[in-house]
Design a protein around this ligand. Structure first.
Ligand code: C6P
Length: 423
């Protein structure tokens, strides 16, 4: 399918997305019918990984049953089918992300892989001693450590945009941090620990006005918001397939063609070369240059099904439904005796982090699990956020469009019992 055809199919899918019906949507996810400890599963760990609709499960199994072959290599029927399926997802992903060209979409293992690729191939070779990389106080470890590694090797420095007690970034301080030495800005779109939706378009503009390249970590945004990298104006945007209802081990890196072309490969191997001799090798064009070895073909096919599924539900409908659900959840969870919310941002999506007086978050998680409620506890791979609040961990409920108010009520009841028993 051409990009124009993909685009119009996507538009048709989004238009066809009728009134949002959560019960109908829930039936698409077989795992949501599971019982845990004799209770119906209440899955509120979507920020860690989202559940998969039958359409994704079927796409992966249909691929293995009918199309499985290696891609870009064979002239035989199956290899051509597999290659077509894989490249077709690239065009769908391009439209999904709002990228200008399909070659600006690199298939990766996930957000971590995407950020490491950019840190290794774009930033590291361009850093000199005294240069700076700017991140924020609420980043996931995946958007801290790769920059730290690059800075450490080159004698460069990591600078951190501070945040308020509410869990919002300080935009004046951000502007003051940017200077001639800033070689990269890398910011999370939505915080996985606090749920803060950052004013990312404004923050991208501030950096771009100064000629600084920007990477956006969209791991927590892709399942909740409409992503449009052209409108955002960022240079790189990273997402994880498994958080947007696709298979694990898949992800997308959007990179501006000009920058991807100027970058050296991340890994060497098959499929990323043009010619190889013992003296020297030349590299394939983008995006193949960044996709060494046999990729996760079945996973990419499943990711394509996840994209189609999200569009068929309608991203605007998802955002509207989730925003009402989250408002309900924030009030209900915050109203439980002994609960303190961690982070109270004005713009929030997907996540509510909290503490219960007198009980370790791990114990809260274990007790609510007895009631069939799955939440995550710990530092959420955002230790600096925990340090900022002077705590070791939080309990975190994270939501997807298939969650309901009744499920929020189940969590609240389980938290109430926990408080009665141990609070
Ligand atoms: N956060 C969570 O429970 P990977 O593991 O590569 O798919 O995604 C890493 C990542 C990067 N950025 C953000 C903002 C994230 O939330 C995550 C993953 C999970 O919050 C697992 S720690």
């Amino acid at each position: 399918m051409s990009v124009a055809q993909v685009s119009s199919t996507h538009e048709r899918l989004e238009r066809a997305a009728s009134v949002f019906d959560v019960q109908r949507v829930r039936r698409d996810f077989p795992i949501l019918g599971t019982s845990v400890n004799g209770k119906p599963l209440v899955y509120l760990d979507n920020a860690a990984t989202a559940q998969k609709p039958q359409a994704v499960i079927d796409a992966v199994s249909r691929y293995y049953a009918n199309d499985n072959a290696n891609i870009h290599r064979g002239v035989h029927y199956l290899s051509e089918r597999a290659t077509a399926a894989y490249e077709d997802v690239r065009r769908r992903a391009q439209v999904f992300l709002g990228a200008g060209e399909a070659r600006e979409v690199v298939f990766v293992r996930g957000t971590t892989d995407a950020i490491n690729l950019v840190a290794h191939s774009y930033v590291r070779p361009r850093l000199e001693a005294g240069d700076e990389v700017v991140i924020s106080a609420m980043e996931h470890h995946s958007n801290i450590v790769p920059w730290q590694l690059a800075c450490g090797e080159r004698g460069a420095r990591l600078r951190v945009v501070p945040m308020t007690q509410a869990g919002e970034l300080m935009l004046d301080a951000y502007e003051e941090l940017l200077n001639d030495r800033t070689k990269m800005v890398a910011l999370g779109h939505i915080s996985n620990a606090l749920g803060t939706v950052n004013p990312i378009k404004e923050m991208v503009r501030t950096a771009k006005e100064r000629g600084i390249p920007v990477l956006v970590d969209g791991a927590q945004a892709a399942p909740h918001l409409t992503i449009d990298v052209s409108d955002l104006g960022c240079d790189f945007y990273a997402v994880s397939g498994h958080k947007m209802f696709g298979p694990t081990g898949t992800g997308l890196l959007y990179g501006r063609a000009e920058l991807l072309e100027a970058m050296s490969p991340y890994q060497g191997g098959g499929d990323m070369i043009e010619t190889v001799s013992f003296e020297r090798s030349t590299y394939a064009r983008i995006p193949a240059k960044f996709e060494a070895g046999t990729p996760n073909i079945a996973g990419v096919v499943g990711l394509g099904a996840a994209i189609d599924y999200l569009l068929s539900i309608g991203r605007a409908s998802i955002a509207k439904y989730e925003s009402e659900l989250l408002q309900y959840a924030v009030e209900a969870i915050g109203g439980v005796e002994g609960i303190r919310l961690v982070g109270t941002p004005r713009e929030r999506a997907g996540v509510v982090s909290f503490l219960m007086e007198g009980i370790h978050p791990h114990d809260v998680g274990t007790i609510v699990d007895q009631e069939g409620v799955a939440i995550r506890t710990g530092h959420h791979c955002a230790q600096p956020v925990m340090d900022f609040y002077g705590i070791a961990a939080t309990a975190r409920a994270s939501f997807a469009f298939y969650n309901t108010r009744e499920e929020v009520d189940s969590l609240v009841t389980a938290l109430g019992k926990t408080h009665e028993l141990f609070g």
